[in-house]
Ligand binder design. Structure first.
Ligand SMILES: NC(=O)c1ccc[n+]([C@@H]2O[C@H](COP(=O)([O-])OP(=O)(O)OC[C@H]3O[C@@H](n4cnc5c(N)ncnc54)[C@H](OP(=O)(O)O)[C@@H]3O)[C@@H](O)[C@H]2O)c1
Length: 342
């Protein structure tokens, strides 16, 4: 099969040059896995971080080599062509979407991949493969963040990074639940975030959002960007009983730099201390994780027909995907960047 892969450990910023179209063996599904013929996948910022060894600050260096090339990508949208002996609920020909837990050499930017059956669901008929690929890991993360936020109908929630792959889904889930949404983005994305249903859009290039909203009190802030400055702005507007839910923690764009074990422990210590102290005196500080179940994705995203905006669809070609990686790495994507494989 054809796959886009790299064959050496990468430094920060190198994935875009190192990706090359290669001929690889079609993987064999394990007992609980599905072999999927890929139709589409997407490029997530964390696919780049995993490949460049900076995921979550760099806990896992990449092991890629000429003998074991690494294929990036986790979002699966395609057709089941083979099932493992212990798989229940899926058969050959089923259209699925799913999420791969990355293992060396086995990503989704390929013609075939194996996905754990518990990490796959039947693709709703109302989603094209491109749309399905755009809301797998992003939809799951967004759904988990909303569950952690526990906003009630009538509450006001600020979404920082509302135009991104995850933020754009969060805005739509919250609106669907009757929450008043304030989206934060740059001038270029004000119209996009408004079109997702946000009641108010704050352009952060005109000043910090906490300053612009200083007359407002809100129940929830969901942070898809990270950084202590984002948290400080949120604390200006959150009610004492409110919740600050962050996907990234105290460092802007988690995974952007290789902070090493000490850096990761310092970050976790900050998160733990903030979470604990906020139980005594609010607003609560919550770091949302990705979770292990696909139920929130199914209930809050797929069954509601929620889809993120698609920034661009790329052909499954070396140059196009390299350019897509470079675009996602700028943090300026407007929604999702999808690779159409077949
Ligand atoms: N905790 C978890 O389990 C988990 C799971 C997955 C991902 N993540 C993290 O979640 C973050 C978001 O992921 P994503 O896929 O949504 O990223 P993304 O699609 O790359 O986000 C890009 C968006 O970020 C916005 N942005 C950049 N700087 C901003 C700022 N200072 N203020 C407000 N918006 C800003 C950009 O909008 P403008 O151009 O308008 O600024 C752009 O639309 C990533 O850092 C990722 O590592 C966490």
């Amino acid at each position: 099969m054809k796959a886009l892969a790299y064959t050496r450990p990468l430094e920060i910023g190198e994935l875009k040059q190192a990706l090359a179209m290669q001929e690889c063996a079609v993987p064999e599904p394990g007992e609980t896995e599905l072999l999927v013929q890929m139709k589409a996948s997407s490029i997530n910022i964390d696919d780049i971080h995993v490949a460049e060894g900076t995921f979550f600050g760099g806990l896992k260096p990449s092991q890629a080599s000429e003998e074991t090339p690494s294929i990036p990508g986790v979002d699966v949208a395609g057709v089941v062509v083979k099932t493992g002996a212990k798989v229940d609920g899926f058969k050959e020909g089923d259209e699925v979407l799913g999420i791969l837990m990355p293992k060396p050499g086995r990503g989704t930017w390929a013609e075939y991949c194996c996905v754990e059956s518990r990490m796959a669901v039947h693709k709703p008929a109302s989603y094209s493969f491109t749309e399905a690929a755009s809301c797998a890991v992003g939809g799951k993360t967004a759904a988990n963040a909303v569950m952690s936020a526990r906003a009630a109908a009538g509450d006001t929630c600020v979404v920082v990074g509302a135009s991104g792959g995850i933020g754009s889904i969060i805005v739509q889930i919250l609106k669907q639940q009757g929450v008043k949404v304030i989206g934060v983005c740059s001038s270029a994305n004000v119209a996009l975030v408004g079109s997702l249903g946000a009641d108010l859009v704050v352009d952060y290039t005109r000043g910090p959002f906490g300053e612009q909203l200083q007359e407002t009190k809100v129940e929830v802030v969901i942070d898809c960007i990270g950084g202590k400055d984002t948290e400080a702005q949120a604390l200006r507007i959150l009610r004492p009983s409110g919740r600050f839910v962050t996907l990234c923690g105290p460092d802007k764009y988690i995974g952007e730099t290789r902070v090493g074990k000490r850096g990761v422990f310092a970050m976790l210590a900050y998160v733990g201390r903030r979470a604990l102290l906020s139980m005594i005196s609010g607003p609560r500080y919550i770091m949302a994780g990705i979770g292990t179940s696909l139920e929130p994705l199914e209930k809050l995203v797929l069954q509601q027909g929620i889809k993120p905006p698609i920034d661009r669809c790329l052909p499954f070609e070396e140059t196009a995907v390299r350019e897509g990686v470079a675009h996602v790495a700028t943090h300026r994507a407007q929604g999702k960047v999808v690779v159409e494989i077949a």
